[in-house]
Design a protein around this ligand. Structure first.
Ligand code: SF4
Length: 253
């Protein structure tokens, strides 16, 4: 029977997702009829992302296994792309930190942004005119040794809340190779759909903007400068739009 919004505050979305690695077990997500922030959809999609990644990892060939482990943190020196909903979500996560930790993380974010702004690197990251230029900017970012502001003692301090790009980074080559990913051909578990892209398209649809993907270092300044991103819309409408964006990904329905 269809949900009645007069009596039920949440709608259950039941759907299936087929990835290149097979069909996921049926998915069911409860979403509010009431207005929600873009950031509130992030945990729902993190749960789906983890299922997609889990299935992709089970499809590895014999002799292959994920070589990432706690305490490595080599990938946390690469530029991390985040969508607008994730940028908002991460800033909310920072609000929840105890003041001392928040101050340290804010300081690290500010330092990372300053380094990105030096000599036009940020412009190169945000608007590279070609794939080759984008790779060059990412390499320059890595060469500058800009460490993710959330990395603490070699481990992710926001692990349950980490961005989609981090969730989807699962190397199958020796960990040492990640010390220089531009020299070594680091191989990763292929994941489709890429949730950063899905969320960027979704945010573009809701905000009537072009799709935006930001380097992690910029989130504090971008979120502060764009109050329009804090819009609220009916949860069920936003989740329907999100499912549409997921369906636009190759080999996903
Ligand atoms: S958010 Fe966590 S996992 Fe992702 S780059 Fe930063 S420290 Fe590493």
């Amino acid at each position: 029977m269809a949900d009645n919004p007069q009596t039920v505050r949440e709608k259950t979305f039941a759907f299936s997702l087929v990835t290149p690695h097979g069909k996921l077990p049926p998915l069911s997500v409860k979403v509010s009829y009431l207005p929600m922030r873009l950031s509130e959809l992030v945990p729902l999609m993190q749960a789906i992302c983890d299922k997609i990644v889990g299935q992709a990892c089970t499809g590895l060939g014999s002799g292959e296994k994920v070589t990432c482990s706690k305490g490595c943190g080599a990938c946390c020196r690469q530029v991390v792309p985040v969508s607008i909903p994730e940028a908002l979500f991460l800033m909310e996560q920072m609000e929840l930190m105890e003041p001392g930790r928040r101050e340290i993380t804010t300081h690290r974010l500010s330092n990372a942004l300053t380094e990105c702004r030096r000599d036009g690197l940020l412009d190169a990251l945000l608007s590279a005119p070609s794939d080759q230029a984008a790779i060059g900017a990412a390499q320059e970012y890595f060469n500058r040794g800009i460490v993710c502001p959330f990395l603490e003692e070699g481990a992710c301090s926001i692990h349950p809340a980490r961005p989609f790009a981090c969730r989807e980074f699962n190397a199958v080559t020796p960990p040492k190779w990640c010390d220089d990913p531009f020299q070594n051909r680091v191989r990763r578990v292929p994941v489709v759909p890429k949730m950063t892209t899905v969320m960027a398209r979704f945010a573009a649809k809701v905000l009537h903007e072009r799709p935006v993907v930001l380097p992690m270092a910029t989130i504090a300044s971008e979120v502060t400068m764009k109050p329009s991103w804090k819009t609220e819309k009916r949860g069920i409408d936003m989740f329907s739009a999100l499912l549409d964006c997921m369906n636009q990904q190759p080999k996903c329905r």
